[in-house]
Design a protein. Sequence first.
Length: 482
Amino acid sequence: MKYKRVIVWFKNDLRLHDHAALFSACKESSEIIPVYCFDPRQFEEVGLGIQKTGDFRAKFLMEAVDNLKSNLIGLGGNLILRTGKPEELLPELALELLAEAIFFSEEVTFEEKEIEKNLENSVWKKGIETRTFWQSTLFHIEDLPFPVNQTPEVFTLFRKECEKFSKVRKTLQKPEKINFPEIDLDLGCIPELSTLGLQAPGNSKKGVLPFIGGEDSATQRLQSYFWDKDCLKIYKETRNGLLGPDYSSKFSAWLALGCLSPRYVYEEVLRYERERKKNDSTYWLVFELIWRDYFRFVSKKHGSKIFQLQGIKKHVDNWRKDEKLFWNWAEGKTGVPFVDANMRELNATGFMSNRGRQNVASFLVNDLGIDWRWGAMYFESLLIDYDVCSNWGNWMYVAGVGNDPRENRYFNILKQANNYDKKGDFVRYWVPELAKIPGFDIHQPNTLTKNELKAYGVHLGANYPHPIVAFSTREKGMSVKN
Ligand SMILES: Cc1cc2nc3c(=O)[nH]c(=O)nc-3n(C[C@H](O)[C@H](O)[C@H](O)COP(=O)(O)OP(=O)(O)OC[C@H]3O[C@@H](n4cnc5c(N)ncnc54)[C@H](O)[C@@H]3O)c2cc1C
């Protein structure tokens, strides 16, 4: 063994399967000390009164850490829990516990990189090694057919090159045993949500799934979606759905925290293709995972530009900073039922479908003309599947400051509603004050007569708002995305 004692610092990789840092530590060190740090900066206010990590995401994170701890204990290990800055806590712990090295997964974005750099500087002076491992993508960074700083700007090119010239590596085995040393130290505990300025989120029974953080529930969801319910073979046809647990995989939250490895998902897709069926749908799930890779590599290539107003395209536009309009949007009170229904789902559950996200994002930036970063910030706080690269990358795309060859990603909300919620059931589910309006009319209450509205119990301007933008006078983007 190369080392006697190694700290494995868990971050957004809260699992035991296919975990490069843990796998290597088990091979190279006699004793392993797993550590997780709740970083208070992750729970600070970031502007407009928005907390960086909101209630839903925090709860999901606590559950994931708790599950990781149980699973480590199950293998003879344990998990030390601390609240504070990892770049300060880890060097202290390493010295106190006589650890020779700290192993961890590499991140790509600015704040995370700064923390890694500061940690490396601090422990280097103390003679403690750090080792980083690439972890979160389907294609390993070393297997890309181009240097990461030459990642193709256009998704299709990126995908084609990866599919043609790269291979997905096999998943790494989960360790059979973790040798956790005898130490005389307080192991710490998961902080109460209230100590982080958060509350236990409401338990809406209306959500698409009862999302529970952790590797166990992640693998159960995969088992259910692929194998028990046999949904994968129709994924491509159902993936634009809005209601219910099974129109899409719902893997995103577990992928974001690393409770699920994308390579494990990939291997299960291949097994499904061998044992059940191989078709466009099975391919399409992998296709979507490549989008996820794409945003990660684009973020690595462009650094902090993905958080800047002009994005990576350096596109300048006149974005408005109108807080009133923004909060109308955020609270689901725009008077545009399809937008409001989606935002209310997000606020009540911490989740929104992909179709919903594209529409509400386009509405904020194209119809309201508001600074796209406010939307990204709001999603960052609320989404249980928040992933820094996927979120900011997708927002850049919708805002037209990413590298999308299509100039205009304008979503015509009514057309979208007509395609994806023709009978209005989704709006009926989330906007009860409009529920009595039959059929597609629920999407356009402002076109109904006073008598009709009265009959349906709708009082525009009283129990449901007038639209906050006049659709007929929209200036931007008259091309319509499908
Ligand atoms: C404005 C906006 C913000 C978004 N923010 C996030 C985010 O913070 N975190 C996040 O994981 N996804 C984000 N997405 C992408 C996408 O909406 C979600 O990944 C998807 O809705 C999650 O549901 P699912 O797991 O059922 O997806 P499925 O349709 O089952 O897809 C399987 C997996 O592929 C990946 N994937 C699918 N679509 C995308 C995409 N467009 N970009 C990147 N990865 C994708 C996800 O990991 C997903 O779990 C965002 C999209 C938009 C338009």
